[in-house]
Design a protein. Structure first.
Length: 422
């Protein structure tokens, strides 16, 4: 299997950091995403300029927005409702910078008048707001009031612009909280009891994102007239089901970065954005979102799925079984089976949607459990070949360290799988 070292070309492109100074793309930083230049480089190397692209794990819209900038129609699917709104906010082209600025000025005047106590949102989870009978909370009382001030005002704004203000609020939630994202979930900061953020701090940070980032970008982009508009092509839902709705023989190119097989639950990592911004209010909603996502985490009970019969999968599962229940979570074997089962279905359903000669670029990472590496990139390539795709190569983008408890000296490979529809 052809594996090439492309670290010098790809290292900076497979992280979202390269987007932090690019208008629109910088509106919300998705830690797990790739940069605009990753998409542009791929398109630039193709023999023919694509007309239609697909990103079945759309995230916050990097592929869709880059394609829109280049005049390429892009279909995207994203299961996380917060990511979906961020992406659609970026992709809209009917904003008036002057109207947003007026709304922002009115918003600022409103926040200056906010002094009274606020009622917290009615959420089934009671971990968010400071109350007298609690020993821990994510937002202190002053911060909580500041957040509710903003939420109440957003309710009064028409939906075309309300999304922009929700994106701005989503940007600051972790910053003003007592927690941080530790890679797998939210964890309390060591100094959380000593952190002092005021109501005005929340207002100021929010207004700064609105004015210095979003308004600036709207003004600088207002003269651009895109050849395509990918707003309506960005859909919310489960890609395992929604690919079927695409037209047959319609896609020239696939660029995507699916969830990695690393037991990372995006419902946990982005819990503040999901709950505070109103996408989730009950635990049943949270569980439903987990179930609609690709199988890559262990926070729900997982079925024993009929995974593809590939040697590397069999060997890795045998290794997990040999540990005699010593894994940190008993759901891990079924997660591994479910992950490759899901991809087998995805490759099957996607095949008829691709034009002959269409290329697929899939950014993934290998994983480790029980002190052994699972070569996810090789396995996915073999699953694709078994489904009739042509394997071109695996491009190594960078090496990343596994968690200390794996006791591995070898680093994990993050890579890009390149496939062709025969």
């Amino acid at each position: 299997m052809k594996i090439n070292d492309n670290i010098s070309e790809l290292y900076d492109l497979v992280s979202f950091g390269s987007n932090k100074h690019i208008p629109m793309h910088r509106w919300y930083s998705l830690i797990e995403g790739y940069g605009r230049e990753f998409v542009r480089r791929i398109i630039g190397e193709l023999d023919t300029f694509p007309k239609t692209c697909l990103d079945p794990f759309g995230g916050v819209g990097t592929t869709a927005l880059t394609c829109q900038e280049l005049g390429i129609q892009c279909h995207s699917i994203e299961v996380n409702p917060f990511f979906f709104e961020v992406a659609r906010a970026k992709l809209r082209m009917d904003y008036s910078p002057s109207k947003f600025e007026k709304l922002l000025n009115d918003f600022e005047s409103y926040l200056k008048r906010c002094k009274a106590k606020r009622q917290y949102p009615k959420l089934e989870s009671k971990t968010f707001f400071e109350e007298v009978n609690k020993t821990k909370w994510i937002f202190n009382k002053e911060v909580s009031y500041g957040i509710v001030d903003i939420l109440e005002r957003i309710k009064q704004i028409d939906k075309t612009y309300a999304g922009l203000f929700r994106v701005a609020l989503g940007n600051i939630l972790v910053e003003v909280s007592n927690v941080y994202k530790n890679g797998k979930c939210l964890a309390y900061r060591k100094d959380w009891k000593d952190r002092i953020n005021t109501r005005k701090d929340v207002h100021d940070k929010f207004l700064r994102i609105c004015r210095k980032v979003i308004l600036t970008d709207l003004k600088t982009s207002q003269m651009q007239i895109p050849l395509v508009h990918n707003f309506l092509n960005f859909e919310h839902g489960d890609s395992r089901k929604m690919i079927d709705s695409l037209k047959n023989n319609s896609i020239d190119l696939v660029i995507t970065s699916p969830p990695y097989l690393n037991s990372r639950d995006y419902t946990d990592i982005y819990r503040l954005e999901l709950w505070i911004l109103g996408y989730i209010s009950k635990f049943n909603d949270e569980q439903a979102l987990r179930k609609s996502a690709l199988t890559s985490h262990v926070q729900i009970q997982l079925e024993d799925k009929p995974y593809p019969k590939i040697k590397e999968i069999e060997e890795f599962l045998q290794h997990l079984e040999s540990l005699n229940g010593q894994l940190w979570n008993k759901n891990i074997p079924n997660m591994v089976k479910g992950y490759f089962y899901d991809f087998d279905l995805l490759f099957k359903s996607l095949k008829s949607k691709l034009k002959k000669g269409a290329k697929l670029f899939i950014n993934v990472s290998n994983s480790a459990y029980g002190g052994k590496i699972c070569e996810v990139d090789k396995i996915l390539a073999k699953i694709a070949v078994n489904n009739g795709y042509e394997f071109e190569e695996i491009r190594i983008a960078r090496h990343i360290s596994s968690v200390k408890k794996q006791n591995l000296t070898e680093k994990l490979r993050e890579s890009v799988i390149v496939l062709i529809k025969k």
